[in-house]
Design a protein around this ligand. Sequence first.
Ligand SMILES: Cc1ncc(Cn2c(C)c(CCOP(=O)(O)OP(=O)(O)O)sc2=O)c(N)n1
Ligand SMILES: Nc1ncnc2c1ncn2[C@@H]1O[C@H](COP(=O)(O)OP(=O)(O)O)[C@@H](O)[C@H]1O
Ligand SMILES: [Mg+2]
Length: 569
Amino acid sequence: ADFYSPTELTDGFHLVIDALKLNGIDTIYGVPGIPITDLGRMAQAEGMRVLSFRHEQNAGNAAAIAGFLTKKPGICLTVSAPGFLNGLTALANATTNCFPMILISGSSEREIVDLQQGDYEEMDQLAIAKPLCKAAFRVLHACDIGIGVARAIRAAVSGRPGGVYLDLPAKLFAQVIDAQHGAKSLVKVIDAAPAQLPAPTAIARALDELRNAKRPLIILGKGAAYAQADDVVREFVERSGIPYVPMSMAKGLLPDTHPLSAGAARSTALKDSDVVLLVGARLNWLLSHGKGKAWGEPGSKRFIQIDIEPREMDSNVEIVAPVVGDIGSCVSALLDGLGDGWKGAPAEWVETIRAKREANIAKMAPKLMKNTAPMDFHSALGALRTVIKERPDAILVNEGANTLDLARGIIDMYQPRKRLDVGTWGIMGIGMGFAIAAAVETGKPVLAVEGDSAFGFSGMEVETICRYKLPICIVIFNNNGIYRGTDTDPTGRDPATTVFVPDSRYDRMMEAFGGVGAQVFTPDELKRAVDAAMDSGKPTLINAVIDPAAGSESGNIGSLNPQSVIKRK
Ligand SMILES: Cc1ncc(Cn2c(C)c(CCOP(=O)(O)OP(=O)(O)O)sc2=O)c(N)n1
Ligand SMILES: Nc1ncnc2c1ncn2[C@@H]1O[C@H](COP(=O)(O)OP(=O)(O)O)[C@@H](O)[C@H]1O
Ligand SMILES: [Mg+2]
């Protein structure tokens, strides 16, 4: 029997680490500082991987995408007040995108905060976090750490995944309790994200809609990618024979070259379909809220929606067949229900989509072949499209405006969860955090295709990338500006609000920290430099010179900008 000395003790530091490890969490993304520097050191000493960043927003983004990739909540650890606030943007973005993460921040003493007596980094962090995330908890007593961590994990991954805030006041860490009592207080979460089975009546109703459809369409959202029900999703598309449109981060669930892919025929698919099956995709702005000219005749659509969140139904338009449950269970039930009677989608409709897709791909092809300088977005992306085709298990991180919108349609993906981008908010700044966690969590090579403005939001993490020697190749589409590099200040006093230093050399930033830097002017040079980076696995930054006149305002979403009708004299 274990010899147990009554003096054996544990404390808050050790209980937090034990609670995380007990639940299979082995990685922490953060920035050290009071009161959590020692927590990070001790976690590292106890075998956890603790990665220190240069800004908490990037650590938070890393934790968020780690959650998306692993279905375990990513952990971001920050100091109080300013560090907490820096992590909050990533926590809110994770919640918006349904990525499971836990922001753990040290905090000031309750008695001083609640009397507003001016503690070091005083802030009521729990109150501030609550409206911006899925759940928020604070732990005051060491014997509650086990339950607190368990609640945070379950809140992050159960139902619709999201961001959770866990507030740990400084005094908690040094609190000492009896070791055995402490061990008993820990909770290993059982079935944190339970399967949620659809009602048979909901499945029957959905199948009726599909059977009566003349022009059915499937839309796969990043929820379908997150669910990791890849085989049953692919089997359902292929057995049903229904064309599908993958949303950005669902690309690769089936290869974009799949005969049923309607990605390159998106406009026709949305406009002319009559029954639309949404699988882990919301009818938000990315799908024009399910109405308007993108969707053809008003009232011409019947929507079936699979989602784990019941309240998503009817959020934008009427859902005639809501299927509430987890995607794996729901799609399996639909597949079983198809039965032998299912004759496949109407051949004429499938042919319409195929023809449209082939025509659009043919129209685009010449733009991707140009091998001259200066590059434009199409010719540069043509080179990267080939890289991913040759290296399908590489992970593509992508942000910018033209750099994002054009890459989404030009770079085909071949495997699930390989395209990580700005998601539902269209947020800039996810690049380096996503790239770091993708490399750390998967061990796969990462290609980060960045607008020069987008890169600037998290660019200091090139030092982090070098420090951990991560296989990340950053390609910056350097068009000297936001959208374009050609705007001018009409007063002639300053540079325009959307331009940067001309002919800048981002590649030298990577060299500053021991990484590989390269500047390229043609698609061939770009492909060679990326191939070299991928083969070497060395941190690399390629400054790809793009024609400053090549872009368009806000990429594909310029129409969202308000226009002034007042012209001052
Ligand atoms: C946090 C944040 N700030 C600002 C923006 C606005 N914004 C900004 C600043 C973009 C950068 C576009 O410039 P780029 O250089 O990254 O890409 P291209 O020049 O290739 O279009 S895209 C975009 O929507 C944003 N989406 N998110
Ligand atoms: N395992 C799951 N089962 C069912 N629905 C899920 C699951 N995980 C996430 N979801 C849902 O997937 C949806 C993702 O939608 P969204 O982020 O809009 O995707 P996209 O931007 O790709 O269209 C969310 O409504 C979320 O509730
Ligand atoms: Mg740019």
